[in-house]
Design a binder for this molecule. Structure first.
Ligand SMILES: [Zn+2]
Length: 417
């Protein structure tokens, strides 16, 4: 049972004014011939991407300006006339152009991450693609004339009419489709669709969410959310097959078999996790007008042990879902930077109580005497910071003052310490 292949995913790139872009993913069942054609297309897109990357690296090294889009595109077309690259003609030209576009996006993300314009985890320099990469993908835009046929199949230029499992309806005509093969050898079509947001009726409820150490998330109202049992079970199984793999001799037939098992277990864990994130994020966004989370994707933290467990649990994927769902349903969403000492401040009186080792799960405020659950207290402070941000600057990312105001009195009591 894997629903994640069917759910809406977020596409964080360019958005149109007033519209949000969502991804709808479906499982594909290509025939043997179509698989071969897809393998060829993945290979060609990879070569075009790598050629362009090599050229870019070479021009950088030589201190020259990197050729622009038009020139790259012209070079690509010309290369099809050379014997070394003539086989690129077997693949939809749009797919190859999109490979060039991918490289541009990769560089853009890298530079914006470097300058701090892009939030979230650091993005490294673009890397060469390999046939051994666990995820292979190609993209067809509307120009490529891909088409959903009356018989339910998906027509892909130079690939064929591919069978799709339509687990839900596409809301409108998609603007592009990405065809993906994952490490478990499954195929997916991920359609990009522009949709108009559908704001939910307003509610007065707000929510602050902290990463729990023993739980996936802790809410300011005291709710502690753990990963569902199904997810924990498949995670355990993944660990088991990993151990099995390490015992197999390198290059042996058995090892190859176990490797496929590992890939499938990985896919199952990823699916289960995604389902869990979807259910939780939808519930929170439906029930609250404003949601504030702690943003952990900050430099420095990435090396700590806490960060690893957090990254494993997919916190950033979860908060990205909250963000796009907030946009879609007309809710407010905020991220609070890690520079806020949310676990050191009393959410009741605002006093800064000092650093506390991770082992301290409960503490009593020296000033007002309230006993706090560490995580719930932090979630309350996160909520207060979110409120303050909304008051201070609508939509802006403002660094609030060091001490957090008492929950419920944001803005009225600062620096009580
Ligand atoms: Zn206090």
């Amino acid at each position: 049972m894997s629903a994640s292949a069917n759910v809406v995913e977020f596409w964080p790139e360019a958005r149109y004014a007033g519209e949000v872009q969502l991804r709808y993913a479906y499982r594909l069942y290509p025939t043997v011939r179509q698989r071969q054609a897809l393998a060829r297309a993945f290979g060609c897109a990879r070569v075009v991407y790598n050629d362009a990357l090599a050229l870019r690296k070479a021009s950088h090294k030589a201190g020259e300006r990197y050729p622009g889009n038009a020139e790259m595109s012209a070079r690509l077309t010309a290369s099809k006339d050379t014997p070394e690259r003539a086989w690129l003609g077997d693949v939809s030209a749009v797919v190859l152009q999109q490979a060039l576009a991918d490289l541009n996006i990769a560089y853009k993300n890298f530079f914006e991450s470097l300058s701090g314009k892009r939030k979230g985890p650091n993005v490294g320099l673009p890397q060469f693609r390999s046939r051994k990469d666990t995820r292979q993908a190609i993209r067809f835009t509307a120009n490529a004339r891909f088409k959903v046929l009356g018989n339910g199949k998906l027509r892909l230029p130079k690939i064929g009419d591919v069978e799709v499992r339509w687990s839900r309806e596409l809301p409108t005509e998609p603007s592009s489709v990405t065809v993906i093969r994952d490490s478990a050898d499954r195929y997916f079509a991920s359609f990009m669709v522009n949709v108009t947001p559908e704001p939910l009726p307003e509610t007065a409820a707000e929510c602050g969410i902290d990463v729990g150490l023993g739980h996936f998330a802790v809410l300011d109202d005291g709710t502690k959310v753990s990963a569902p049992r199904f997810l924990r079970r498949v995670e355990k199984k993944l660990k088991r097959v990993h151990r099995e793999l390490s015992r197999k001799q390198k290059g042996s037939r058995n090892r190859q078999k176990v490797r496929v098992k590992v890939a499938r277990a990985h896919a199952r864990v990823a699916d289960a996790r995604k389902d869990f994130h979807h259910q939780l994020s939808t519930k929170i966004i439906r029930e609250n007008q404003a949601v504030t989370v702690e943003d952990l994707a900050v430099k420095g933290l990435a090396r700590t042990k806490l960060a690893k467990s957090v990254h494993d649990a997919g916190w950033s994927a979860f908060t990205a879902m909250l963000e796009y769902k907030a946009k879609f349903y007309g809710r407010d969403f905020h991220r609070i930077g890690r520079f806020e000492p949310t676990s050191q401040i009393c959410s009741a009186c605002g006093v800064k109580d000092g650093r506390k080792p991770l082992a301290v799960r409960e503490w009593r405020c020296k000033k007002c005497g309230i006993v706090h659950d560490r995580d719930v207290n932090a979630a309350k402070n996160i909520l207060a910071l979110g409120r303050r941000e909304r008051l201070n600057a609508r939509g802006g990312y403002v660094r609030p003052p060091e001490a957090v105001a008492a929950a419920g009195e944001a803005g009225s009591r600062r620096g009580a310490a």
